[in-house]
Design a protein around this ligand. Structure first.
Ligand code: E4P
Length: 214
């Protein structure tokens, strides 16, 4: 499973990247609005930090405008992936853009049907939002599992990004189900690496090291 970080914060990206575990980055307008830097400077800085797919969302709603915007975004770097929300206009744009080789991350996926349409339109990635489904009392993991099954049934090439991740358990479940990618907030990365028995074990080894004859 590839690990992306779901942030545009350069310090967070730099830190997780230094662990040697980062395959890419996802952003969205909300994530970009949290940063002080203008978004173009930010995207350029992220591209310098991570050599992998960097998702940036198109904000136009009409297919023609989405296509225009996506072409401009994709010209920034071959690592740019354009996020397009799953709508009829978004699908139409994805069909055109995918034929041109523009990589699309079809976003805001909340149903198996939407994921089928994203794959048929030629999206490189589809992003089911697990946490947001859980938030409304639905089951994000069931959706992820169903999408994995359907994509396997038909050999769809679209990669599934488990998105809207809220906890380390979400990452484990996404991995067990077989998501191609998990896009993880910084906080969850820091939770993933920690275990109380690791901390306790280090403390004990360091204490015992003091007793070793040197
Ligand atoms: C995915 O690419 C989105 O940026 C993200 O996972 C949304 O998550 P949220 O529900 O925490 O906003």
């Amino acid at each position: 499973m590839k690990l992306f970080i779901d942030t545009a914060n350069l310090d967070e990206i730099r830190e997780i990247s230094s662990w040697g575990v980062l395959d890419g980055v996802t952003t969205n307008p909300t994530i970009l609005s949290r940063e002080k830097m203008d978004y173009r400077t930010l995207i350029d800085a992220i591209l310098k930090l991570v050599d992998g797919p960097i998702s940036v969302e198109a904000v136009n709603e009409k297919a023609e405008k989405i296509i225009e915007e996506a072409r401009i975004l994709s010209k920034i770097s071959e690592n740019i992936v354009v996020k397009i929300p799953i709508t009829p206009e978004g699908l139409a744009a994805t069909k055109v853009l995918s034929k041109e080789g523009v990589k699309i991350n079809m976003t805001l996926v909340f149903s198996v049907n939407q994921s089928i349409l994203a794959a048929k339109a030629g999206a490189t990635y589809a992003s089911p939002f697990l946490g947001r489904l859980d938030d409304i009392g639905s089951d994000g993991m069931t959706l992820l599992s169903d999408i994995v099954t359907v994509y396997q049934n038909y050999g769809f090439k679209t990669q599934i990004i488990a998105a809207s991740i809220r906890s380390p358990q979400h990452v484990v479940d996404a991995a067990l189900i077989g998501a191609d990618v998990c896009t993880i907030p910084y906080k969850v990365f820091t939770q993933m690496v920690r275990h109380p028995l690791t901390d306790k074990g280090i403390e004990r080894f360091l204490n015992d090291w003091k007793k070793v004859k040197k």
